[in-house]
Write a protein that binds this ligand. Sequence first.
Ligand code: HSE
Length: 308
Amino acid sequence: MNEIRIFSPATVANVSCGFDVLGFCLNTVGDEMVIRKTNKKGIHITKIEGFDLPYETELNVAGVSALAMYKTLEVEFGFEIEIYKKVKPGSGIGSSAASAVGSVFGMNELMGRPFNKTQLTEFAIKGEAIASKCEHADNLAPAIFGGFTLVKSIAPLEILEIPSPEDLYATIIHPQIEVKTSEARAILPKEVPLNDAIMQWANFGSLIHALHTSNYDLIKNSLHDVIVEPYRSQLIPYFNEVKNEALIAGSLGCGISGSGPSIFTLNKGIEMAKNVKVAMENIYSKTNIKYDIIVSKINKEGIKILKP
Ligand code: HSE
């Protein structure tokens, strides 16, 4: 096998109370990439469709993660990468992560899987870092492992797989405005009041417990973010209105997807997810802001090879 086509999924990071450590994987949106083994040494990006991204390997997220892996290899061959970008850069659903994991996953498969999933995440962190200007893995890990993942530690990298309740569906609206991750990080406070920290880790612990026990009431009771959302929600027009309507429509919880501007909800069952979709659309359809909206079951598989 010298060439494979892969699906590299979009992801939701933070999940309200899990800033920089928790994320989950989506199955209805993601990039496609072709990775090809070639006689020419090095990493070469040969095609990019969908969005205007750099072809220079050192400037491209997929190229940088591929190089991080390639530097550890002593091989006489190289790799070509084609990127069919479907996840809009800057959307808040792990666009750079999808690119960063796609190249290293594909290379690993073509070489007979010399690296494990945690090692793939390590390489991908290098690519993700050029997009968000810091090293974090909360979008990368769910794209590689699937389901919900908890990044217990970055150095050394330690990732825990968290079970996904069977009936959990995400509805995500993406208002077409730009929020740069670096800017959304720059507005965050450097210190957190102890009472807020207590609330946040209580919610985070109970969310993890709720996911393990498929306790939807407890998921609903835990999806709160008292630390990051109050700052970042100001960057997203109509965030509070969308959240109110989603919760009235029965959503388990609503928050900012990654660093925004996408807004995610978690819902019990597909019907609830569709009702929440209508409620969220009702807000943005009355504004002049364009939007995309998706409903997705939690993707337990993660990144995968597409059949030819
Ligand atoms: N945890 C990151 C953040 C995800 O919220 O800044 C975005 O890359």
